[in-house]
Design a protein around this ligand. Structure first.
Ligand code: ADP
Ligand code: MG
Length: 353
């Protein structure tokens, strides 16, 4: 029997890492500090440099400058094998002619474990991902979710301190995706591994991560816990990328209102739709320059919430999400409404960069 293994190590540090392809700087002077046992996500749009960052950590790409440290050891110039990190690829990269068991035993054979040890450890990993009854099957005889779990078992079977995952759930449908998110989290906690996870899916990143780095154009725009990044985005990019956001540019707001809000050019107002509250606008409110008023343009019934779209002026529309409670106040298209916030801190001024 294999005793459960708990990692104490697995800290990762990027020091001023840059990677260029020709003239294009795809990763631009990145500094990162990932803690042992942390679930850390790189989140960003396609082409922002997430995979390149992960590949440099894995050893499949070489940085042009900077250092990568694993537990204070410089690994930047080591081969992938020497780094000993677990890796899950988006397309799973399973060996098609090998059974589940042989796929999972592979990393152990490469590492020259005895046959007995290979078998014991592989069965342990297969059991962890709940595939014991499928050990003899070939990958093509498994569902997408099951193949994904084989890839997971193969990544953890040699007890790496760090597991890297590049959009591992991208091919799964929404429900299965959510279920796998929970399974990966549970496994990560149980084995106390550091996980560096790449995704372009904001909900996935929020659901899974201790901390998220939002990437754009090879740079980290913001780094923090899901709650920090969601509630206090540093700039317009971070605000717009993570979750739904109302972003109201300076130029599009009434001068009196801008003055009242102490806005400067280059500023935007930022408020999440769920923090916006609507009230029926009276005639006085329509001329009150310290309030935004408008007309309900559209009402979307989304089940758990009702989403209102309110037209403030030609350029500015505000979304307001109301929880679908039995006693909620309901508005209809054409209604005049005043737009407010649940608390003063719900609306923030952010920079347009
Ligand atoms: P992401 O994973 O965030 O979608 P990537 O790291 O894959 O982004 O790519 C970042 C940028 O680097 C993209 O513009 C991509 O075209 C470019 N790139 C990635 N790999 C290579 C390569 N091997 N050669 C040239 N350009 C590359
Ligand atoms: Mg990628």
């Amino acid at each position: 029997m294999v005793t459960e293994f708990v990692n104490q190590n697995g800290s990762i540090r990027f020091r001023n890492i840059t990677k260029k392809y020709g003239d294009l700087t795809v990763v631009d002077s990145i500094d990162l500090d990932i803690k042992p046992g942390e679930f850390f996500s790189l989140l960003g749009p396609s082409g922002s440099g997430k995979t390149t960052t992960l590949m440099m950590l894995a050893g499949f790409a070489v940085p042009d400058s900077g250092q990568i440290l694993l537990d204070d050891r410089d690994i930047s110039r080591l081969s992938p094998q020497e780094r000993n990190l677990g890796m899950v690829f988006q397309n799973y990269a399973l060996f098609p002619h090998m059974s589940v068991l042989d796929n999972v035993m592979f990393p152990l054979k490469v590492r020259k474990y005895s046959n007995k040890e290979c078998m014991a450890r592989a069965l342990w990993a297969i059991d962890l991902v709940r595939l014991s009854t499928f050990a003899k099957r070939l990958p093509k005889e498994l569902s997408g979710g099951q193949q994904q779990r084989v890839a997971l078992a193969r990544a953890i079977v040699f007890h790496p301190e760090v597991v890297l995952m590049d959009e591992p759930l991208g091919a799964l449908d929404k429900n299965l995706r959510y279920q796998m998110q929970m399974e990966i989290k549970e496994l990560q906690r149980k084995l106390n591994m550091t996980v560096v996870f790449v995704t372009h899916d904001q909900e996935e990143a929020m659901n899974m991560s201790d901390r998220i780095a939002i990437m754009n154009n090879g740079k980290i725009e913001q780094l923090g816990s899901p709650k920090e990044v969601y509630e206090s985005p540093r700039n317009v990019f971070a605000a717009g990328f993570l979750g739904e956001a109302n972003i109201l540019p300076y130029e599009d707001l009434d001068p009196d209102y801008r003055r009242y809000m102490s806005m400067q050019p280059q500023n935007c107002l930022f408020v999440r739709p769920e923090r916006v509250s609507l009230t029926r606008a009276s005639a006085e409110e329509a001329v009150d320059k310290t309030r935004l008023t408008g007309e309900v343009l559209n009402v979307s019934f989304l089940g758990n919430i009702v989403r209102y779209q309110v037209r403030i002026n030609e350029s500015v529309k505000v979304y307001a999400d109301a929880t679908n409670l039995s006693d909620m106040q309901v508005f209809a298209g054409g209604d005049r409404v005043a737009v407010g916030w649940k608390q003063a801190g719900d609306i923030r001024i952010i920079r347009h960069e």
